[in-house]
Design a protein around this ligand. Sequence first.
Ligand code: ZN
Length: 491
Amino acid sequence: MNRCTLRLLACSYLVLLHLPSTAFSQAEHELAFARRVSQRLLLSHVRDLVQIGNRFGGTPSGDSSAAYIHRKFSAYGVKSRINPDPERITYAHKRWLLRVHHPRSHRKVIKNEWLAGYSPSTPLTICRVTFLDVGERIDPAVIDSGAILTPRFPDHKLYAELVKAGVRAILWYPDIPFNVYENHAYIGQLPLSKENLVPLFNISAGNGKALRDIIQRDSLLSIEFLTQTEVFTGSPKTVVAEIKGKSDQYFMVCAHGDSDSGGPGADDNASGMAGVLEVARVLRSLIRDRRLPQPEYSIRFIVWGSEYFSSDHYVRSNSKELDQIKGVINFDQIGTGATRNCVYFESNEVPHNRTLLKVLEKVGEDYAGRKGFWEEATTNPSQGGTDSYVFLPDYLSRIKMPDVKIPSTTMFTGAWNEPRTYAQTPGWSSAAWKGDPDSVTVDYSEYYHSSMDIPRLTTDREPFNMAWAVKATGIALLRLAWEPQGSSRVE
Ligand SMILES: [Zn+2]
Protein backbone atom coordinates (compact mmCIF):
# COMPACT_ATOMS: atom_id res chain seq x y z
CA MET A 1 0.00 0.00 0.00
CA ASN A 2 1.57 3.33 -1.00
CA ARG A 3 1.14 6.69 0.67
CA CYS A 4 -1.04 7.94 -2.08
CA THR A 5 -3.61 5.21 -1.42
CA LEU A 6 -3.47 5.92 2.30
CA ARG A 7 -4.13 9.61 1.68
CA LEU A 8 -7.06 8.73 -0.54
CA LEU A 9 -8.45 6.44 2.14
CA ALA A 10 -8.04 9.17 4.77
CA CYS A 11 -9.88 11.63 2.50
CA SER A 12 -12.78 9.30 1.86
CA TYR A 13 -13.01 8.61 5.61
CA LEU A 14 -13.35 12.37 6.20
CA VAL A 15 -16.06 12.55 3.53
CA LEU A 16 -17.86 9.71 5.27
CA LEU A 17 -17.65 11.56 8.58
CA HIS A 18 -18.93 14.84 7.24
CA LEU A 19 -21.54 13.70 4.76
CA PRO A 20 -23.08 10.67 6.35
CA SER A 21 -26.28 10.88 4.35
CA THR A 22 -24.62 10.80 0.96
CA ALA A 23 -22.28 8.03 2.01
CA PHE A 24 -25.14 5.51 2.01
CA SER A 25 -26.04 3.72 -1.15
CA GLN A 26 -29.65 3.41 -2.23
CA ALA A 27 -29.68 -0.22 -1.11
CA GLU A 28 -28.40 0.76 2.34
CA HIS A 29 -31.07 3.47 2.64
CA GLU A 30 -33.71 0.92 1.77
CA LEU A 31 -32.48 -1.66 4.26
CA ALA A 32 -32.13 1.02 6.94
CA PHE A 33 -35.79 1.93 6.31
CA ALA A 34 -36.91 -1.70 6.46
CA ARG A 35 -34.98 -2.41 9.68
CA ARG A 36 -36.74 0.43 11.49
CA VAL A 37 -40.28 -0.68 10.64
CA SER A 38 -41.87 -1.86 13.88
CA GLN A 39 -44.46 -4.61 13.71
CA ARG A 40 -45.10 -4.10 17.43
CA LEU A 41 -46.02 -0.42 16.92
CA LEU A 42 -48.25 -1.21 13.96
CA LEU A 43 -50.19 -3.78 15.96
CA SER A 44 -50.54 -1.51 18.98
CA HIS A 45 -51.95 1.32 16.80
CA VAL A 46 -54.59 -1.05 15.42
CA ARG A 47 -55.58 -2.21 18.92
CA ASP A 48 -55.79 1.40 20.16
CA LEU A 49 -57.89 2.52 17.17
CA VAL A 50 -60.33 -0.40 17.42
CA GLN A 51 -60.77 0.42 21.12
CA ILE A 52 -61.85 3.95 20.16
CA GLY A 53 -64.88 2.63 18.26
CA ASN A 54 -66.04 2.56 14.64
CA ARG A 55 -64.43 5.97 13.99
CA PHE A 56 -67.23 7.15 11.71
CA GLY A 57 -66.45 10.66 10.44
CA GLY A 58 -68.18 13.38 12.46
CA THR A 59 -68.85 11.20 15.52
CA PRO A 60 -67.09 11.39 18.89
CA SER A 61 -65.15 8.21 18.04
CA GLY A 62 -64.13 9.72 14.66
CA ASP A 63 -62.90 12.85 16.46
CA SER A 64 -61.00 10.77 19.05
CA SER A 65 -59.37 8.73 16.34
CA ALA A 66 -58.26 11.89 14.45
CA ALA A 67 -56.86 13.27 17.72
CA TYR A 68 -54.98 9.98 18.24
CA ILE A 69 -53.41 10.15 14.75
CA HIS A 70 -52.50 13.84 15.26
CA ARG A 71 -50.85 13.05 18.64
CA LYS A 72 -48.82 10.22 17.12
CA PHE A 73 -47.59 12.37 14.21
CA SER A 74 -46.54 15.02 16.75
CA ALA A 75 -44.75 12.43 18.89
CA TYR A 76 -42.84 11.32 15.78
CA GLY A 77 -41.81 14.89 14.96
CA VAL A 78 -44.00 15.12 11.84
CA LYS A 79 -46.02 18.35 11.73
CA SER A 80 -49.72 17.69 11.31
CA ARG A 81 -53.06 19.41 11.51
CA ILE A 82 -56.65 18.28 11.89
CA ASN A 83 -58.85 19.62 9.06
CA PRO A 84 -62.62 19.61 9.58
CA ASP A 85 -64.45 18.44 6.45
CA PRO A 86 -67.93 19.71 5.54
CA GLU A 87 -70.80 18.32 7.60
CA ARG A 88 -72.45 15.09 6.58
CA ILE A 89 -74.99 12.70 8.01
CA THR A 90 -73.38 10.27 10.40
CA TYR A 91 -74.21 7.64 12.96
CA ALA A 92 -73.10 6.45 16.39
CA HIS A 93 -74.47 3.72 18.58
CA LYS A 94 -74.22 3.95 22.32
CA ARG A 95 -75.77 0.68 23.39
CA TRP A 96 -77.78 -2.14 21.91
CA LEU A 97 -79.09 -5.52 22.98
CA LEU A 98 -80.54 -8.45 21.07
CA ARG A 99 -81.35 -11.88 22.44
CA VAL A 100 -83.73 -14.75 21.87
CA HIS A 101 -86.57 -14.49 24.35
CA HIS A 102 -88.22 -17.78 23.40
CA PRO A 103 -87.29 -20.64 23.20
CA ARG A 104 -85.21 -20.22 26.36
CA SER A 105 -82.79 -22.90 25.13
CA HIS A 106 -81.57 -20.41 22.50
CA ARG A 107 -81.14 -17.43 24.81
CA LYS A 108 -77.35 -17.33 24.40
CA VAL A 109 -77.23 -17.99 20.68
CA ILE A 110 -76.79 -14.31 19.69
CA LYS A 111 -73.06 -13.57 20.04
CA ASN A 112 -71.29 -12.10 17.05
CA GLU A 113 -74.24 -10.21 15.57
CA TRP A 114 -74.14 -6.45 14.89
CA LEU A 115 -76.57 -3.54 14.80
CA ALA A 116 -76.62 -1.91 11.34
CA GLY A 117 -75.53 1.69 10.92
CA TYR A 118 -78.33 4.29 10.77
CA SER A 119 -80.66 2.15 12.89
CA PRO A 120 -82.96 4.32 15.05
CA SER A 121 -83.27 4.17 18.84
CA THR A 122 -85.94 1.83 20.09
CA PRO A 123 -87.14 1.04 23.62
CA LEU A 124 -86.86 -2.45 25.09
CA THR A 125 -89.22 -4.56 22.98
CA ILE A 126 -90.23 -8.22 23.08
CA CYS A 127 -91.94 -9.52 19.96
CA ARG A 128 -92.54 -12.57 17.81
CA VAL A 129 -90.36 -13.22 14.72
CA THR A 130 -91.70 -14.40 11.38
CA PHE A 131 -89.65 -15.64 8.46
CA LEU A 132 -89.62 -13.97 5.04
CA ASP A 133 -87.93 -16.06 2.39
CA VAL A 134 -86.42 -14.87 -0.89
CA GLY A 135 -89.25 -14.13 -3.33
CA GLU A 136 -91.95 -14.42 -0.66
CA ARG A 137 -94.74 -11.83 -0.53
CA ILE A 138 -94.92 -9.54 2.49
CA ASP A 139 -98.18 -10.16 4.38
CA PRO A 140 -98.87 -7.50 7.07
CA ALA A 141 -101.30 -9.86 8.80
CA VAL A 142 -98.54 -12.42 9.27
CA ILE A 143 -96.02 -9.84 10.42
CA ASP A 144 -98.55 -8.57 12.97
CA SER A 145 -96.27 -5.93 14.52
CA GLY A 146 -93.50 -8.43 15.02
CA ALA A 147 -89.93 -8.76 13.76
CA ILE A 148 -88.83 -10.33 10.48
CA LEU A 149 -86.02 -12.79 9.89
CA THR A 150 -84.90 -12.85 6.26
CA PRO A 151 -82.02 -13.81 3.96
CA ARG A 152 -83.10 -10.96 1.61
CA PHE A 153 -81.02 -7.88 2.28
CA PRO A 154 -83.38 -4.97 3.02
CA ASP A 155 -82.42 -2.48 0.32
CA HIS A 156 -84.27 0.87 0.17
CA LYS A 157 -87.34 -0.67 -1.45
CA LEU A 158 -87.68 -3.75 0.76
CA TYR A 159 -86.96 -1.69 3.89
CA ALA A 160 -89.74 0.76 2.99
CA GLU A 161 -92.18 -2.12 2.31
CA LEU A 162 -91.37 -3.83 5.61
CA VAL A 163 -91.75 -0.61 7.59
CA LYS A 164 -95.08 0.03 5.86
CA ALA A 165 -96.22 -3.48 6.78
CA GLY A 166 -95.62 -2.64 10.45
CA VAL A 167 -92.43 -4.58 11.17
CA ARG A 168 -90.71 -3.70 14.50
CA ALA A 169 -87.19 -4.98 13.70
CA ILE A 170 -85.41 -6.75 10.85
CA LEU A 171 -83.01 -9.65 11.37
CA TRP A 172 -81.03 -10.25 8.20
CA TYR A 173 -78.54 -13.02 7.56
CA PRO A 174 -76.54 -13.62 4.38
CA ASP A 175 -77.54 -16.75 2.54
CA ILE A 176 -74.46 -17.05 0.39
CA PRO A 177 -72.79 -20.00 -1.24
CA PHE A 178 -69.45 -19.50 0.48
CA ASN A 179 -68.96 -20.21 4.13
CA VAL A 180 -67.40 -16.97 5.31
CA TYR A 181 -70.03 -15.52 7.65
CA GLU A 182 -71.16 -18.71 9.38
CA ASN A 183 -70.20 -17.56 12.89
CA HIS A 184 -70.03 -13.79 12.57
CA ALA A 185 -72.15 -11.14 10.93
CA TYR A 186 -71.54 -9.42 7.63
CA ILE A 187 -72.46 -5.79 8.38
CA GLY A 188 -75.02 -4.29 6.03
CA GLN A 189 -76.22 -0.74 6.63
CA LEU A 190 -79.58 0.96 6.48
CA PRO A 191 -80.15 3.96 4.19
CA LEU A 192 -78.18 7.04 5.38
CA SER A 193 -81.20 8.76 6.89
CA LYS A 194 -82.48 10.23 10.13
CA GLU A 195 -85.94 8.95 9.20
CA ASN A 196 -85.36 5.18 9.55
CA LEU A 197 -88.06 3.80 11.81
CA VAL A 198 -86.96 0.27 12.66
CA PRO A 199 -83.55 -1.22 13.45
CA LEU A 200 -81.72 -3.77 11.34
CA PHE A 201 -79.70 -6.48 13.07
CA ASN A 202 -77.04 -8.28 11.05
CA ILE A 203 -77.10 -11.98 11.99
CA SER A 204 -74.44 -14.60 11.27
CA ALA A 205 -75.39 -17.09 8.57
CA GLY A 206 -75.26 -19.97 11.08
CA ASN A 207 -77.57 -18.26 13.55
CA GLY A 208 -79.87 -17.05 10.79
CA LYS A 209 -80.44 -20.62 9.65
CA ALA A 210 -80.82 -21.89 13.24
CA LEU A 211 -83.48 -19.25 13.97
CA ARG A 212 -85.22 -19.97 10.66
CA ASP A 213 -85.36 -23.66 11.61
CA ILE A 214 -87.12 -22.81 14.88
CA ILE A 215 -89.78 -20.83 13.01
CA GLN A 216 -90.17 -23.46 10.31
CA ARG A 217 -90.65 -26.22 12.90
CA ASP A 218 -93.81 -24.25 13.70
CA SER A 219 -92.66 -23.28 17.14
CA LEU A 220 -92.65 -19.75 18.49
CA LEU A 221 -89.54 -17.59 18.11
CA SER A 222 -89.52 -14.30 19.97
CA ILE A 223 -86.74 -11.78 20.54
CA GLU A 224 -85.95 -9.05 23.00
CA PHE A 225 -84.13 -5.95 21.74
CA LEU A 226 -83.15 -2.43 22.62
CA THR A 227 -81.17 0.17 20.65
CA GLN A 228 -79.74 3.53 21.72
CA THR A 229 -78.29 5.31 18.71
CA GLU A 230 -77.77 8.77 17.30
CA VAL A 231 -78.16 9.79 13.66
CA PHE A 232 -77.00 13.36 13.20
CA THR A 233 -74.89 15.70 11.06
CA GLY A 234 -71.23 16.05 11.98
CA SER A 235 -67.96 17.13 10.46
CA PRO A 236 -65.42 14.35 9.75
CA LYS A 237 -61.86 15.22 10.78
CA THR A 238 -59.05 14.59 8.30
CA VAL A 239 -55.47 14.59 9.58
CA VAL A 240 -52.79 15.96 7.23
CA ALA A 241 -49.07 15.74 8.01
CA GLU A 242 -46.03 16.51 5.90
CA ILE A 243 -42.32 15.93 5.55
CA LYS A 244 -41.13 18.94 3.55
CA GLY A 245 -39.03 18.29 0.49
CA LYS A 246 -36.98 20.68 -1.66
CA SER A 247 -40.02 20.97 -3.93
CA ASP A 248 -43.64 21.66 -2.97
CA GLN A 249 -44.68 18.88 -5.32
CA TYR A 250 -45.53 15.89 -3.20
CA PHE A 251 -46.26 12.18 -2.94
CA MET A 252 -49.27 11.31 -0.82
CA VAL A 253 -49.55 8.31 1.52
CA CYS A 254 -53.12 8.01 2.74
CA ALA A 255 -55.80 5.75 4.27
CA HIS A 256 -59.43 6.10 5.29
CA GLY A 257 -59.81 6.48 9.04
CA ASP A 258 -63.39 5.27 9.46
CA SER A 259 -64.34 1.62 9.70
CA ASP A 260 -65.85 0.75 6.35
CA SER A 261 -68.90 -1.06 7.64
CA GLY A 262 -69.36 0.51 11.07
CA GLY A 263 -67.86 -2.59 12.68
CA PRO A 264 -64.57 -2.78 14.59
CA GLY A 265 -62.60 -2.31 11.34
CA ALA A 266 -59.20 -3.65 12.46
CA ASP A 267 -58.11 -4.67 8.97
CA ASP A 268 -60.48 -2.26 7.22
CA ASN A 269 -59.00 0.14 7.93
CA ALA A 270 -57.13 0.63 11.22
CA SER A 271 -54.36 -1.34 9.47
CA GLY A 272 -54.09 1.37 6.80
CA MET A 273 -54.04 4.18 9.36
CA ALA A 274 -51.29 2.42 11.32
CA GLY A 275 -49.36 2.01 8.05
CA VAL A 276 -49.52 5.74 7.27
CA LEU A 277 -48.21 6.56 10.77
CA GLU A 278 -45.39 4.06 10.45
CA VAL A 279 -44.15 5.25 7.04
CA ALA A 280 -44.06 8.80 8.48
CA ARG A 281 -42.33 7.74 11.71
CA VAL A 282 -39.56 5.77 10.00
CA LEU A 283 -38.82 8.37 7.28
CA ARG A 284 -38.74 11.16 9.85
CA SER A 285 -36.43 9.19 12.15
CA LEU A 286 -33.99 8.49 9.28
CA ILE A 287 -33.89 12.20 8.40
CA ARG A 288 -33.49 13.22 12.05
CA ASP A 289 -30.59 10.77 12.44
CA ARG A 290 -28.99 12.07 9.22
CA ARG A 291 -29.30 8.71 7.58
CA LEU A 292 -31.37 10.44 4.88
CA PRO A 293 -31.18 13.94 3.40
CA GLN A 294 -34.23 16.12 2.86
CA PRO A 295 -36.27 14.56 0.03
CA GLU A 296 -36.51 16.18 -3.40
CA TYR A 297 -40.31 16.02 -3.22
CA SER A 298 -42.45 16.51 -0.12
CA ILE A 299 -44.32 13.56 1.39
CA ARG A 300 -47.85 14.26 2.58
CA PHE A 301 -49.53 11.82 4.96
CA ILE A 302 -53.32 11.89 5.16
CA VAL A 303 -55.83 9.95 7.24
CA TRP A 304 -59.28 10.66 5.79
CA GLY A 305 -62.09 11.33 8.28
CA SER A 306 -64.59 9.61 6.01
CA GLU A 307 -63.82 7.33 3.06
CA TYR A 308 -64.48 8.98 -0.33
CA PHE A 309 -66.25 11.94 1.30
CA SER A 310 -63.04 13.47 2.70
CA SER A 311 -60.83 12.67 -0.28
CA ASP A 312 -63.52 14.12 -2.54
CA HIS A 313 -63.49 17.29 -0.42
CA TYR A 314 -59.67 17.35 -0.64
CA VAL A 315 -59.57 17.33 -4.45
CA ARG A 316 -62.33 19.93 -4.67
CA SER A 317 -60.61 22.27 -2.24
CA ASN A 318 -57.16 21.75 -3.83
CA SER A 319 -58.44 21.91 -7.41
CA LYS A 320 -55.88 24.51 -8.49
CA GLU A 321 -52.93 22.58 -7.10
CA LEU A 322 -53.76 19.03 -8.12
CA ASP A 323 -50.79 19.03 -10.50
CA GLN A 324 -48.56 19.28 -7.41
CA ILE A 325 -49.41 15.65 -6.58
CA LYS A 326 -46.66 13.40 -7.97
CA GLY A 327 -48.42 10.23 -6.87
CA VAL A 328 -50.89 8.75 -4.38
CA ILE A 329 -50.33 5.54 -2.41
CA ASN A 330 -53.49 4.62 -0.54
CA PHE A 331 -53.56 1.85 2.09
CA ASP A 332 -56.81 -0.09 2.41
CA GLN A 333 -56.81 -3.48 4.16
CA ILE A 334 -53.10 -4.11 4.61
CA GLY A 335 -53.60 -6.22 7.73
CA THR A 336 -54.54 -9.72 6.65
CA GLY A 337 -54.99 -12.17 3.79
CA ALA A 338 -56.66 -15.57 3.87
CA THR A 339 -54.55 -17.59 1.46
CA ARG A 340 -51.53 -15.77 -0.02
CA ASN A 341 -48.67 -13.77 1.47
CA CYS A 342 -48.83 -11.13 -1.23
CA VAL A 343 -48.71 -7.34 -1.47
CA TYR A 344 -50.90 -5.93 -4.26
CA PHE A 345 -50.58 -2.61 -6.08
CA GLU A 346 -53.79 -1.60 -7.84
CA SER A 347 -54.83 0.08 -11.10
CA ASN A 348 -52.13 -1.02 -13.55
CA GLU A 349 -54.45 -0.46 -16.55
CA VAL A 350 -54.35 3.32 -15.99
CA PRO A 351 -51.69 4.48 -18.50
CA HIS A 352 -50.30 7.34 -16.41
CA ASN A 353 -49.85 4.99 -13.43
CA ARG A 354 -47.05 3.26 -15.30
CA THR A 355 -44.02 4.91 -13.68
CA LEU A 356 -45.39 4.67 -10.13
CA LEU A 357 -46.47 1.05 -10.54
CA LYS A 358 -43.26 0.03 -12.31
CA VAL A 359 -41.31 1.34 -9.30
CA LEU A 360 -43.60 -0.59 -6.91
CA GLU A 361 -43.42 -3.70 -9.07
CA LYS A 362 -39.60 -3.51 -9.08
CA VAL A 363 -39.55 -3.07 -5.29
CA GLY A 364 -41.83 -6.11 -5.09
CA GLU A 365 -39.42 -8.13 -7.23
CA ASP A 366 -36.23 -6.91 -5.56
CA TYR A 367 -37.31 -7.99 -2.08
CA ALA A 368 -39.72 -10.93 -2.61
CA GLY A 369 -38.72 -13.97 -0.56
CA ARG A 370 -36.08 -12.11 1.46
CA LYS A 371 -36.20 -12.33 5.26
CA GLY A 372 -38.69 -9.80 6.63
CA PHE A 373 -40.37 -9.26 3.24
CA TRP A 374 -43.34 -10.56 1.29
CA GLU A 375 -43.46 -13.92 -0.44
CA GLU A 376 -45.32 -12.50 -3.45
CA ALA A 377 -46.06 -9.07 -4.92
CA THR A 378 -47.94 -7.95 -8.00
CA THR A 379 -49.76 -5.10 -9.63
CA ASN A 380 -53.39 -5.70 -10.56
CA PRO A 381 -56.21 -4.04 -12.50
CA SER A 382 -58.63 -1.63 -10.82
CA GLN A 383 -61.29 -3.05 -8.54
CA GLY A 384 -62.70 0.30 -7.35
CA GLY A 385 -64.21 1.26 -4.05
CA THR A 386 -61.56 3.24 -2.22
CA ASP A 387 -59.93 6.65 -1.95
CA SER A 388 -57.23 6.17 -4.63
CA TYR A 389 -60.03 6.34 -7.24
CA VAL A 390 -60.92 9.90 -6.29
CA PHE A 391 -57.57 10.99 -7.80
CA LEU A 392 -58.04 9.17 -11.10
CA PRO A 393 -59.49 10.87 -14.24
CA ASP A 394 -62.84 9.01 -14.24
CA TYR A 395 -63.78 10.41 -10.85
CA LEU A 396 -62.19 13.84 -11.38
CA SER A 397 -64.10 14.33 -14.63
CA ARG A 398 -67.36 13.28 -12.93
CA ILE A 399 -66.96 16.05 -10.37
CA LYS A 400 -65.78 18.52 -13.05
CA MET A 401 -62.23 18.85 -11.74
CA PRO A 402 -59.31 19.87 -13.97
CA ASP A 403 -58.02 17.25 -16.35
CA VAL A 404 -54.86 16.27 -14.46
CA LYS A 405 -53.17 12.90 -14.55
CA ILE A 406 -52.30 11.92 -10.99
CA PRO A 407 -50.69 8.50 -10.61
CA SER A 408 -52.79 6.82 -7.90
CA THR A 409 -52.75 3.31 -6.47
CA THR A 410 -54.15 1.37 -3.54
CA MET A 411 -51.87 -1.05 -1.76
CA PHE A 412 -53.48 -3.98 0.04
CA THR A 413 -52.91 -7.56 1.18
CA GLY A 414 -56.52 -8.76 0.90
CA ALA A 415 -59.80 -7.37 -0.44
CA TRP A 416 -63.44 -8.56 -0.42
CA ASN A 417 -64.76 -11.69 1.29
CA GLU A 418 -63.86 -14.24 -1.39
CA PRO A 419 -60.94 -14.75 -3.76
CA ARG A 420 -61.41 -12.95 -7.07
CA THR A 421 -59.45 -13.68 -10.21
CA TYR A 422 -58.91 -10.95 -12.80
CA ALA A 423 -57.25 -11.14 -16.21
CA GLN A 424 -53.88 -9.43 -15.81
CA THR A 425 -53.53 -6.17 -17.74
CA PRO A 426 -51.62 -6.85 -20.99
CA GLY A 427 -47.97 -5.92 -20.61
CA TRP A 428 -47.99 -6.44 -16.87
CA SER A 429 -46.69 -9.50 -15.08
CA SER A 430 -44.54 -9.42 -11.99
CA ALA A 431 -41.65 -11.81 -11.49
CA ALA A 432 -42.69 -11.74 -7.80
CA TRP A 433 -46.11 -13.29 -8.62
CA LYS A 434 -46.18 -17.08 -8.18
CA GLY A 435 -49.51 -17.71 -9.88
CA ASP A 436 -50.60 -17.79 -13.53
CA PRO A 437 -48.81 -14.87 -15.25
CA ASP A 438 -51.93 -13.95 -17.26
CA SER A 439 -54.22 -13.48 -14.27
CA VAL A 440 -54.19 -12.14 -10.73
CA THR A 441 -56.03 -13.81 -7.88
CA VAL A 442 -56.79 -11.18 -5.29
CA ASP A 443 -56.59 -12.55 -1.76
CA TYR A 444 -59.47 -11.94 0.65
CA SER A 445 -60.40 -11.65 4.32
CA GLU A 446 -62.97 -13.95 5.91
CA TYR A 447 -63.72 -11.08 8.31
CA TYR A 448 -64.34 -8.49 5.56
CA HIS A 449 -66.88 -5.86 6.72
CA SER A 450 -67.86 -8.05 9.62
CA SER A 451 -68.47 -7.91 13.34
CA MET A 452 -65.26 -9.89 13.85
CA ASP A 453 -62.81 -7.71 11.94
CA ILE A 454 -60.94 -7.51 15.25
CA PRO A 455 -57.17 -7.55 15.89
CA ARG A 456 -57.16 -11.09 17.33
CA LEU A 457 -58.55 -12.55 14.07
CA THR A 458 -56.94 -10.28 11.48
CA THR A 459 -53.93 -8.05 12.19
CA ASP A 460 -52.58 -10.01 15.20
CA ARG A 461 -52.91 -13.25 13.29
CA GLU A 462 -50.77 -12.04 10.38
CA PRO A 463 -48.71 -9.24 11.90
CA PHE A 464 -46.25 -9.19 9.00
CA ASN A 465 -48.73 -7.85 6.41
CA MET A 466 -48.75 -4.26 7.62
CA ALA A 467 -44.96 -4.25 7.97
CA TRP A 468 -44.66 -5.44 4.34
CA ALA A 469 -46.92 -2.69 2.99
CA VAL A 470 -44.99 -0.09 4.98
CA LYS A 471 -41.64 -1.42 3.72
CA ALA A 472 -42.82 -1.53 0.10
CA THR A 473 -44.08 2.06 0.36
CA GLY A 474 -41.03 3.42 2.17
CA ILE A 475 -38.63 1.80 -0.28
CA ALA A 476 -40.66 3.01 -3.27
CA LEU A 477 -40.65 6.55 -1.85
CA LEU A 478 -36.87 6.37 -1.42
CA ARG A 479 -36.68 5.65 -5.15
CA LEU A 480 -39.34 8.20 -6.15
CA ALA A 481 -38.93 11.17 -3.85
CA TRP A 482 -35.23 10.93 -3.00
CA GLU A 483 -33.97 9.59 -6.31
CA PRO A 484 -36.33 11.22 -8.80
CA GLN A 485 -33.85 10.97 -11.68
CA GLY A 486 -33.52 7.28 -10.96
CA SER A 487 -37.29 6.76 -11.01
CA SER A 488 -37.72 8.60 -14.30
CA ARG A 489 -35.47 5.99 -15.88
CA VAL A 490 -37.99 3.31 -15.03
CA GLU A 491 -40.07 3.03 -18.16
ZN1 ZN B 1 -61.68 0.13 3.25
